[in-house]
Design a protein around this ligand. Structure first.
Ligand code: NAD
Length: 339
């Protein structure tokens, strides 16, 4: 069984090869993203194995189908980059890794909050340069703050529990509230969450309904100086609106692990190149903005789980067994991709 692995970094290769011992799949690793231009690399493979910024729109899927690919195995939970309706029409099954470590992502969101608050990244550099002054490092107690969690699925729940443990009042918004969370959080309408939270963390998926959920209207409802954290998907935030919010102090702190145009930037070393994305460059000029390059998932535990689940998914679908991690298009959909 041949699997073409796209967007493969050294760590993907290490963890997938280790997990492949019992399966014996023929894995071929490609550093390039999957896109129409690279889809032909998969000719002759039974499956492609892809990540968050690979392009699985209609054009790519048609090329994959022509080359004999029958399965798309996502090494991630989100599937907003796949045209599911087209995949179904072409008989390509799509599988994903719904949970590999919700703790990894929730803990990274907390790391962003604590770094922005206590400026540990600046303190690290200062002390190494022999500068022990404290001016500019003033933080605040997290204890007693109101923290809003948008989306209380696997990751949002972990995050809510951690923030409850800090002694915060946790507000939550989700169209499908989870009773188990009532001990840690209070569900409120989204508007109330925007209005009352000191810190807001996004944990819902990117869908046509949640695209630019954080826009000018939402930002204007937030508390002046709010801290906004996004470890979910870049498209949840209207970047231009957030820049305006930062300029006027309406947003006091911004912590991002994802960015709406990240596929042109993240996961590559661009340190010797000019960044052409002016909105991204503008974000980097603000003192209270901290951006990491989609690394929230990046723990050893998560990579082991991703590799094991991905190969198990492949063995299920390639043997035509039902796979609990298969993703189907919503009924009646004609194909819709948000990238
Ligand atoms: P999940 O499916 O378990 O939970 C998502 C929750 O969001 C669900 O409870 C759903 O009802 C809720 N939701 C849907 N629409 C909403 C809306 N309009 N408002 C509020 N809530 C809404 O997903 P998860 O495993 O918790 O992951 C959440 C997101 O985190 C994923 O969609 C993915 O985009 C992102 N993610 C990021 C990383 C990373 O490394 N940065 C890693 C994994 C996942």
């Amino acid at each position: 069984m041949k699997v073409a692995v796209f967007s493969a970094h050294s760590y993907d290769e290490t963890f997938l090869q280790e997990a492949n011992a019992p399966y014996g799949f023929e894995l071929t690793f490609f550093k390039s993203h999957l896109a129409p231009e690279t889809a032909r690399l998969a000719d002759g493979a039974d499956a492609v194995c892809v990540f968050v910024n690979d392009d699985l729109g209609a054009e790519t899927l048609h090329l994959l189908a022509q080359g004999g690919v029958r399965v798309v195995a996502l090494r991630c939970a989100g599937f907003n980059n796949v045209d599911l309706a087209t995949a179904e029409r072409l008989g390509i099954r799509v599988v994903r890794v719904p949970a590999y470590s919700p703790h990894a992502v929730a803990e990274h969101a907390v790391a962003l909050i604590m770094t922005l608050n206590r400026q540990t990244h600046r303190a690290y550099n200062r002390v190494r340069e022999g500068n022990f002054r404290l001016a500019g490092l003033l933080g605040f107690d997290v204890y007693g703050l109101t923290v809003g969690v948008v989306g209380t699925g696997k990751i949002g729940q972990c995050f809510a529990r951690i923030m409850h443990g800090f002694g915060c009042q946790v507000l939550a918004s989700d169209p499908y509230p989870n009773e188990a969370l009532n001990a840690y959080a209070r569900y409120v309408p989204l508007e109330t969450l925007w209005q009352q939270s000191d810190v807001i963390s996004l944990h819902c998926p990117l869908t046509p309904q949640t695209h630019h959920l954080v826009n000018e209207t939402a930002i204007n409802q937030m508390k002046p100086g709010v801290m906004l954290i996004n470890t979910s998907r870049g498209g949840l935030i209207d970047t231009a609106a957030v820049i305006e919010g930062l300029k006027h102090g309406q947003i006091g702190y911004l912590g991002l692990d994802v960015y709406e145009e990240e596929e042109h930037l993240f996961f590559e070393d661009l340190s010797g190149q000019v960044i052409h994305d002016d909105l991204f460059s503008r974000l980097l000029t603000f003192p209270h903005v901290l951006i990491t390059g989609h690394q929230a998932f990046f723990t050893r535990t998560a990579l082991e789980n991703i590799a094991q689940t991905t190969l198990n998914n492949l063995s299920c679908v390639l043997a035509d067994r039902p796979c609990p991690n298969q993703v189907l298009p919503p009924p009646g959909s004609v194909g819709c991709v948000i990238s």
